[in-house]
Write a protein that binds this ligand. Sequence first.
Ligand code: UDP
Length: 321
Amino acid sequence: MRYLITGGAGFIGSHLCELLLAQGHRVVAIDDLSTGRMENIAHLRPLPHFQLVRENINNEQVLDRLTSESDVVVHLAAMVGVQRIVEDPVRTIRTNIMGTEAVLAAAYRYGCKVLIASTSEVYGKGVRVPFTEDDDRLMGPTTRSRWAYAESKAVDEFLGLAYYHQFSLPVVVMRFFNTVGPRQTGRYGMVVPRFVRQALAGEPLTVYGDGTQTRCFADVADVTRAVAALAEHPAAPGQVFNVGATEEVTIRGLAERVLALTGSRSEIRMVAYDDAYGPGFEDMQRRVPSIARLHALIGYVPRCSLNDTLQRVIEYERSQV
Ligand code: UDP
């Protein structure tokens, strides 16, 4: 099949391009390299079935042409990372909502299947874990910019499902939980690459809050395998799927694991949320997906353990030093 991957030079995007090419598909990545990086896909560029188009998805002409030449669009291009969202909320809202509308409108013109990347953030402050796709959502106030990300992605979900119901466009919504692996950058706040870099540099590992908050970290190899399977499954359109792992760790526990696996003698430094993200920041205490729906449809079971994933991230970060 012919795939168009928006955000294809990003962390998840580059791994997805790699997997789809290995499966024999033709892949075009569109990326404006705002957070995506050329190094992520440098090894793919010589391949005959791969092409990178360095452009923003809001360039209508380019998006139209690329979509007209594709069967499936996987829409990953977005503003990501809690840090960026807090720093640049206007761009977050604009990019995430208008970009998705542009992608859906183009896909509708050519009848492409669309997979939209959403996020576990849409569950907001919900406390009943594991989160299932049809749960109610509890958002913080509009005066806290963090929630702009969740809300912009929720609008994307509404829009995608509206195109499905109203125009019969095959749209699949994927709610990614914390995804980790080589090539993820810590520059926009993501905790795993930050801890690994801090440990390798002998700097303190910065644990925000009291470190008892938990996350389930999914390996990007598991996540991209799920995306590729959803893209091919005829029953996926019109549905929302959690995509993630179920092994829950505290952030303090994560810091300890990183120290043990790297052999680093860095200290763990507790940092107040206000100092990390500015006053009034609200974090989620637990974030655990139910992956029952994904399992029922495509037989998905995460294969990579957190320690294996951390080991690969450590190897990658060492190779970058
Ligand atoms: N976090 C941390 N230290 C850091 C970066 C993040 O303790 O240097 C915490 C953050 O407050 C959150 C968790 O790690 O509780 C996961 O953060 P990340 O930004 O990776 O993902 P998200 O908050 O979107 O789940």
